[in-house]
Design a protein around this ligand. Structure first.
Ligand code: DAH
Length: 364
């Protein structure tokens, strides 16, 4: 049985003791958790000060006012001391946390191996950019292409040797007349059928041939095709454009030549050669210093080109009396071989990251 409630002692010495106890407890608290306990004990509902405060009502008239003031100022002192201590402890704790959690941003980190775009991709982008800088556009076409666009529309008749199954990969069933495009030239036709004149486009992309897989042949490789159709276009524009591309790829001073050739979709046609960058032509007629790169020819073949055959323009509904054009196409792998001394095409498809890494940044 709890005894009768003791009348609270609200005398000045008693209140002073409550305050002194509270201040001592706050000072003793070393952490916010300890201060919280001290706060509950000395200002909480069951603290001596709170109990005393509640007892004020029971005190008779004249003494009540005095006790009320005494308690009021005591509580004010305690609350102020509590707030100060809270601020001090909070600041100290923050300080400690900042020091403990400090991150040294200069420490070396292990980011893992760094990737690189495949040299073929990088070179295709670079070649495309040479043309974009001149205001040309990038054109695209599907890799599984209709036989008609890959051959017929390009004036490669039904008896053309390239159409045989030994060179061309047909998509099953053969009766659907879909092939894996053997060159990027069908994009020429697509561009002439789809676009407004004049046309200035390049098409970098994958092509497929039923070829061997060796140092200089891969069955899947890349070409970049170029096509320009405008009024008054001549072979001179073609030569200027190819020289500009060659200089961008191999540096100013590279020499090119156009050697007459035959392509059914251009007339006249040529193959474009680069002067051998190993012997610079000095091996020609010089058996004492043969050159393996150009086989002592002085030149190496880079791609094919020519003036768009009027028959192709007509097939695409373009009046050859008004418009003329030029076209060219070259292998990206070959360009990479010449540009970066990559001797073996197999390196380009085998996916060894060391190959990509060794050429990283060179195609920029
Ligand atoms: N398509 C030819 C090939 O794959 C290359 C070519 C030759 C493209 C002449 C052309 C061109 O645009 O005019 O061998």
């Amino acid at each position: 049985m709890p005894g009768p409630e003791q009348p609270a002692d609200l005398s000045q010495p008693a209140v002073d003791r409550m305050v002194a106890d509270a201040l001592a407890a706050f000072t003793a608290a070393g952490s916010s958790a300890e201060l919280k306990a001290a706060r509950l004990a000395h200002t909480g509902e069951k603290s001596p000060l709170a109990l005393a405060n509640r007892a004020i009502g029971t005190i008779p008239g004249p003494e009540r006012k005095e006790s009320g003031q005494r308690l009021g100022s005591a509580r004010a002192v305690v609350n102020r001391a509590l707030a100060e201590r809270e601020a001090a402890i909070g600041a100290a704790e923050l300080e400690r946390q900042l020091a403990e959690e400090r991150i040294d941003v200069t420490l070396p980190v292990d980011l893992g191996p760094e990737g690189a775009p495949h040299p073929i991709t990088a070179l295709m982008d670079l070649m495309g950019d040479v043309f974009i800088d001149m205001g040309w556009e990038i054109a695209e076409g599907p890799e599984a292409e209709s036989e008609w666009l890959n051959f017929d529309a390009l004036n490669l008749g039904p008896d053309h040797p390239a159409r045989g199954t030994s060179d061309t990969l047909f998509v099953h069933p053969i009766g659907d007349h879909i092939v894996l495009r053997t060159h990027t030239s069908p994009v020429q036709i697509r561009s002439m059928l789809d676009r407004e004149l004049p046309i200035y486009v390049v098409c970098p992309g994958k092509v497929y041939r039923a070829d061997e897989f060796d140092a200089t042949h891969v069955p899947v490789f890349h070409q970049i095709e170029g096509l320009c159709v405008d009024k008054g276009i001549s072979l001179a524009h073609l030569k200027g454009t190819l020289d500009h591309l060659a200089a961008a790829m191999f540096g100013e001073g590279i020499r090119t030549r156009m050697r007459p050739h035959y392509f059914p979709f251009t007339e006249p046609s040529a193959e474009v050669d680069l002067q051998c960058f190993v012997c610079h032509g000095e091996s020609v007629g010089n058996p004492d210093a043969p050159c393996r790169t150009c086989k002592s020819q002085g030149w190496i073949e880079w791609g094919g080109c020519g003036v768009v055959n009027p028959r192709v323009l007509i097939a695409c509904g373009i009046d050859p009396e008004v418009y003329s054009g030029f076209a060219f196409g070259m292998g990206i792998e070959r360009t990479l071989m010449f540009r970066n001394n990559a001797a073996d095409m197999r390196d380009m498809v085998e996916g060894d990251v060391r190959f990509s890494r060794s050429l990283k940044g060179t195609a920029r």
